[in-house]
Write a protein of this length. Structure first.
Length: 100
């Protein structure tokens, strides 16, 4: 299976990349707090374009900061920084293989 990926420097750019994306988007990996648009807002907008997309949030902030600044609710997929390549790949595998 061929894997395609793309990057964006902030949430606003991520929405633009997703809007131009042809085909399915399986997973979005986004920081919680970014310039111009929070990760949650970017994910919500991208989900309107690609409803089946799964989202992995990442953050180096404490849960208290995320609760007040990031606007994340319980049950989201989150990986805390710093993380290893192996832990990122394991988390992505878990998310992608989880039932929708």
């Amino acid at each position: 299976m061929a894997t395609r990926c793309s990057t964006a420097s902030n949430g606003r750019d991520a929405v633009e990349v997703a809007a131009a994306w042809t085909g399915n988007l399986d997973v979005l990996v986004t920081d919680v707090i970014m310039p111009y648009m929070l990760g949650k807002e970017a994910a919500e907008q991208i989900r309107t374009l690609h409803p089946a997309i799964k989202v992995l949030f990442m953050s180096g902030y404490t849960q208290g900061i995320l609760d007040t600044q990031g606007g994340l609710e319980a049950g989201i997929n989150l990986i805390e920084k710093p993380f290893t390549e192996a832990s990122l790949l394991a988390k992505l595998s878990e998310i992608i293989s989880a039932p929708t």
